[in-house]
Design a protein around this ligand. Sequence first.
Ligand code: SAM
Ligand code: DTB
Ligand code: SF4
Length: 352
Amino acid sequence: MSTVFEQPVAMHRRQPSEPAAAPARWTVAAVQALFDLPFPELLHRAQTVHRENFDPTMVEFATLLSIKTGGCPEDCGYCPQAARYHTGVEASKLMEPAEVLEAAQRARDAGATRFCMGAAWRAPKDRDIEKVAELVRTVKALGLETCATLGMLEEGHAQALRDAGLDYYNHNLDSAPDFYGHIITTRDYQDRLDTLARVRDAGVKVCCGGIVGMGESRLQRAGLVAQLANLDPYPESVPINHLVRVQGTPLADQEPLDPFEFVRTVAVARITMPQARVRLSAGRQQMGDAVQALCFLAGANSIFFGEKLLTTGNPDTQADLQLMARLGLRQGQPAAIRGDATSPAAPHCAKP
Ligand code: SAM
Ligand code: DTB
Ligand code: SF4
C-alpha cells in the first residue's frame, strides 16, 4: 500500500506569479491525489489558487428561504423534507409573494447579496414555475441576486425563470455516481445532469455541489469533485454541504466525518474550480469556528447567512458577523481578479 509520501503529486515549488496549469479534464485519480496531499501542502495550494483568482478576504452572504416546505415524494436519505421519513417537518404550501418580499427585504437589510428560494418538490409543474417566476421578479426588484432550487426542470422551465430575472439555479449532484444509489433511488444521476444542462442552455448560472459525510469514501468524495469540475463549464457556484444529521432520516446515525476531511473537500473544490464561488454550506452550526476558519483558508468564499437553512439551523447572524470580524474577513461579492468569476470558461480552465 502506498503512503502519503509516495503520491504522484509534486510538492508545491512554483512562484505565486505562475498560474497553475489545470488538466483539461480531471480524472478521479488526479483529484484523489490532491485529497491525499499532506494537509499543509493542500492548504497552501488551495490558498494560492484562491489568491490568484479572488481577494481572499471577501466572503459572499447568501440567504436561504424555504418557499415550499416538506411533503416531498422523493427518498433522498439525508433530507428532513421527504414525506416518507418522520422528521417532524410539517408540509406547507408555496408562500405568497408578500411573505417572500418581507423575508428578502430582511435578508438584504442584514447584508445578504443573494437570495435563494428552495422548494421541496421532485419537479415543479408549469403552474408552479409561473408562481415562482413571480417570486423571482419580486426579489430581483430589491436588487438582490436571485437563486432557486426547485428540483428537476422540464423543457422551457429554465427559460421562464431566466426571463423573470433568475440569476442562479441550484441543483446538486450530491455525491459520486457510484455512491449516489445508496442515498437516492427515486431519481438517477443522469436526471440531475439533464436538469443542469437545461439550466446552462437557458443561460442561467449554475449552482451545483454536494454533501459530504454521508458514509462515502475519500475516493467517492474525489469522484464527486471530479464530476463537478468536469462539467463544461464548471459551476459558477459550488455549495459544499456537510451532512446535517436529522432524526427520522436514514442518515440520522451516520458516523461523523473527520472535520479535516471536510476542509480537504473545500480545498480540492477550490483547486479544481478556481473561479467558482465555493460555498461553505450546510453544517456550519455543528462545525465550530475553528473548522470554519480552516475552510476559509482552504478557499471557501461564500456562506449561507441567516438563522435557518431550509428546515435546520444555521449560526445566528451576530455570531457570523463576529466570526468575520475576528478573522478580518469582509462581506461582499468576491470578484475574480483575472477575468470574470461568473464566466468559468476562462483560458486556464477551458475544456477540450
Ligand atoms: N427539492 C429540490 C432538490 O432536491 O433538488 C431542492 C431542495 S433540496 C433540500 C436542496 C439540497 O439541499 C439537496 O440537494 C441537498 O444537497 C441539500 N440538503 C438537503 N438536506 C440536507 C442535509 N440534511 N444536510 C446537508 N445538505 C442537505
Ligand atoms: C445547498 O446546496 N444547500 C442548501 C441549498 N443548497 C438549498 C440547503 C441545505 C439544506 C440543509 C437541510 C435543511 O435545512 O433542510
Ligand atoms: Fe425532496 Fe429535495 Fe429533499 Fe430530495 S432533497 S427529498 S427532492 S426536498
